[in-house]
Design a protein around this ligand. Sequence first.
Ligand SMILES: [Zn+2]
Length: 235
Amino acid sequence: MKSEKKKNYAWYALRRTLPVWSFEENLKELAKCLPQYKVDELIVKVDTEEFTHGQPPYDWVKDYQPKLFQIKETMTKLGILFSINPWITVGHCDRGRDARKQLPGLRTVVGHDGVECTCCACPLSTVWREHVEKIWKLYAEAKPHVIWVEDDIRTFNHAPARFGCFCPEHLKKFSERVGQKVGRHELVAAILKPGKPHPWRAIYLDMQAELMIETVAFLARVVHEISPETNLGLM
Ligand SMILES: [Zn+2]
């Protein structure tokens, strides 16, 4: 590997999107510039920002997969590591999209105030997990050095939902923990209670932490089933 020849070096990684309509041009440019600037790792962002399809359709990613293989081959020849950063895990924010039409039965994030997302998935959603598993297997088949998990793997800031998730599944899990049926209003009031913290606050936050850890463990399982040598990173 080229980078091993360097001494006292910093690790340089470039995060880049190669849209379908300028793919060849962008790849050519990368093949020229990355060695020139001694970049160690190329992190390919997929279906990004303004180009996003929301929850990416399986067929779209399947069509893009040969391009990932091509990038990997080009980078390997140059001694540069190839990584992938799926721009979406559960989704950053809705941006006016409704993924429930494409994925019937998708459970979306419900905010503390009851506002319901149309595109951002609750990580407990079975439909979301089935979909992500199919998509991430396509990514894993490209054998990336790292799959960088996007920072949308969070409980807050899924506009229009500010703090989540208070969907029926989350409330059910919380109710099981405290041994009584708890509704969203009651739970939010307990969490926000001024003065000495209500015991439910810690129970809810611990539950959130455990569920997010379980979610990333699920992603790691999906990837390692196909590509055990791929690392998972958090963007
Ligand atoms: Zn939920």
